[in-house]
Design a protein around this ligand. Sequence first.
Ligand code: HEM
Ligand code: HEM
Length: 153
Amino acid sequence: MTLPALPFAASFMHPLMMLGLLAAGGYSMFLGIKAKKVRTGTPEQRKALLPGKFAQRHYRWGSLILAVMVTGMIGGMAVTYINNGKLFVGPHLLVGLAMTGMIALAASLAPFMQQGNVIARKAHVGLNMGTLTLFLWQAVSGMEIVNKIWVNR
Ligand code: HEM
Ligand code: HEM
């Protein structure tokens, strides 16, 4: 099947979106850690942090990050397929799929965490800290692809 050619700039949408998402992920981690402090801190700490509404803000940013990661990954695959007529089953694709799966699982635990389930809470934090760690590496392999596209333009 012949696919329509995309403008060159289309190759940079996914990288830009994902670099923004990396920053948002770091911010969401900060909000999550504050939410934990609200839950576990001393009475004075809790009172001081409560007006920050960290748990609610973390949940909202988390939902946004989940949505952007899913659409961004599908977008990256779509652009790659349109430009090359195939996908490259390499580290960037596989780690991207793993990250997206992990953050989706972590998000699915939200209702259980809110009921105070400790296992769900630990799994949520572990999965998402893992996702953010992979994200750092994904940014490196992603920038290598950006470099390749630029050099071969
Ligand atoms: C960017 C990656 C994320 C990181 C690093 C992260 C980290 C955390 C941390 C550290 C906590 C506090 C756990 C505790 O209180 O012991 C937390 C709580 C929570 N997270 Fe996340 N999270 C992320 C993404 C998400 C997503 C995608 C969602 C859902 C869409 C979400 C929903 C929640 C909820 C509902 C809580 C419980 C808040 C409460 O105490 O009521 N998080 N998260
Ligand atoms: C953080 C910075 C990132 C950069 C700079 C980046 C860069 C890129 C580039 C340049 C492409 C090739 C697009 C084309 O052929 O025009 C690509 C493909 C792709 N990206 Fe990313 N990316 C990043 C993050 C992510 C993340 C977080 C995910 C998934 C959650 C992801 C998933 C994918 C997938 C699945 C492909 C298709 C891979 C293939 O078939 O080779 N990327 N990315």
